[in-house]
Design a protein. Structure first.
Length: 440
């Protein structure tokens, strides 16, 4: 699948699908939905009696004495940036030492150089990956689309990615460097963690097999282990890999945390910090606090909400004939275009869909994957049309973008499934959409 993704993304760039940077008011639904609905925290800091999590346009404040969330509209960083700048310099304040990091990609592999700014000589020059190493790690993924591909062919055709230090953490004796790479346009790297001993200057590289095709984007020292954030980034897309990872460098053992198999809300870590007895983790879809050493989790999700002050007419598709009435209240927004908002509603619309289409949609979790809002290289979410009857007119169908589909009854002999979706469309004009922090 991976080579095909690269080819499609290259074609998309030729067709002009990538977003225009600096656009005041995006023109297409994918851009509009991203701007209105995707507000992950990108940094975490402590304040007096509070933890502050900062998204691009909002600040989430958790009161430590009240255990309550408040949300303030603030401009914190460039909303068009999907990730922080690489860390090129880090100061260990207690030792008054500053280290500088630079990544290099050449024909043979990826190299990370580490300098101390008070010393002329190079502290370390690490070859993090070579062509043969990359081919061995990525071959199985390439064979999903190219079953007959060989390691020799991949080693010849790939481009070694440039390593970037994405985050730095320190403990009493070490610096820990999380290394990310860009996996696009044939460029490949390896999931890498680097340990620098501050006194002996010894360096060790960790590349867990389970994280080989991930970038390691965050690192924190908390409890008796390291905690890592992971994902994969390519030309115009991001995708989850191992989620949140607990790593024991002494044994090499690791444990991954993802939705469904853990309390984690969201699939991609966007910020992480150890504060006092807790590890705070922000993701594409929410926030979790893990109290250590007990590993007690409390998680919340980030929901984009709109307050409807007066009863509103609800349509089954954007601009359609009103079919229902929506009482005044606050509602979660799941998708948007220039003129309309898709809301989660108390009542539901029903319609017909092919059973195999429903299985495919549920298989990729289309209705809940928050990170997909950031993938705007194409048209964003795919509309699902719930026909009034099997083989019905699609122009008369209810339209669903990002909401759960609940089967109603059995699949027909012809492969049709009736489904229910608790969504509806209302005009967007005059309505303000903003995130709230809610229980999962």
């Amino acid at each position: 699948m991976f080579p095909r993704i690269l080819a499609l993304l290259w074609l998309a760039s030729l067709l002009g699908f990538p977003r225009e940077r600096g656009q005041e008011e995006p023109a297409d639904a994918a851009e509009i939905s991203r701007a209105l609905l995707y507000h992950p925290a990108r940094s975490i800091e402590s304040a007096t009696d509070a933890i502050m999590l900062r998204a691009a346009r909002f600040t989430y404040r958790f009161g430590l004495s009240t255990s309550q969330w408040t949300v303030a509209r603030e401009s914190n960083l460039d909303p068009e940036r999907d990730k922080p700048e690489p860390v090129t310099q880090y100061t260990v304040a207690r030792l008054a030492r500053t280290y500088r990091f630079s990544g290099i990609a050449d024909e043979d592999g990826g190299i990370l150089e580490i300098h101390r700014t008070d010393q002329a000589e190079l502290l370390a020059r690490l070859i993090l990956w070579t062509r043969p190493q990359l081919a061995a790690a990525w071959l199985a993924r390439w064979r999903q689309d190219m079953p007959n591909a060989s390691a020799e062919q991949l080693a010849r055709d790939l481009e070694p990615a440039e390593p970037e230090v994405a985050a730095v953490a320190e403990d009493a004796a070490h610096l820990w460097l999380a290394v990310r790479h860009y996996a696009g346009e044939g460029s490949l790297g390896l999931g890498t963690l680097v340990r620098l001993e501050l006194e002996t200057r010894q360096v060790k590289v960790f590349q867990p097999r389970a994280l080989a095709t991930s970038s390691i984007t965050h690192v924190a020292v908390a409890g008796d282990a390291l905690w890592l954030g992971t994902y994969r980034e390519g030309e115009g897309f991001i995708e989850p890999t191992a989620g949140l990872v607990r790593f024991d460098p002494a044994s090499g053992g690791l444990q991954t945390y993802l939705p469904g198999s853990s309390p984690l809300v969201g699939q991609i870590v966007t910020a992480m910090r150890a504060l006092n007895d807790s590890l705070w983790v922000a993701t594409d879809a929410g926030v979790c606090r893990i109290v250590l050493p007990e590993h007690n989790w409390t998680c919340w999700r980030i929901a984009s909400m709109v307050s409807v002050a007066q009863a509103a007419a609800v349509s089954d598709r954007p601009g359609g004939t009103p079919a229902r009435r929506l009482p005044p209240s606050s509602y979660e927004v799941r998708w948007a275009n220039v003129n309309f908002l898709e809301l989660i509603t108390p009542d539901a619309v029903e319609g017909w869909i092919r059973a195999e289409e429903l299985a495919e949609l549920k298989g990729r979790g289309f209705e809940m994957a928050a990170y997909e809002l950031a993938n705007t290289y194409g048209d964003g979410a795919t509309p699902v049309r719930l026909l009034r009857a099997p083989e019905g007119d699609p122009l008369e169908a209810a339209v669903v973008y990002r909401a759960a589909l609940e089967p109603v009854g059995d699949v027909t002999r012809d492969g049709w499934q009736r489904v229910r979706a608790r969504v509806g469309w209302i005009p967007r004009a005059g309505l303000d959409v903003a995130p709230r922090i809610l229980p999962p």
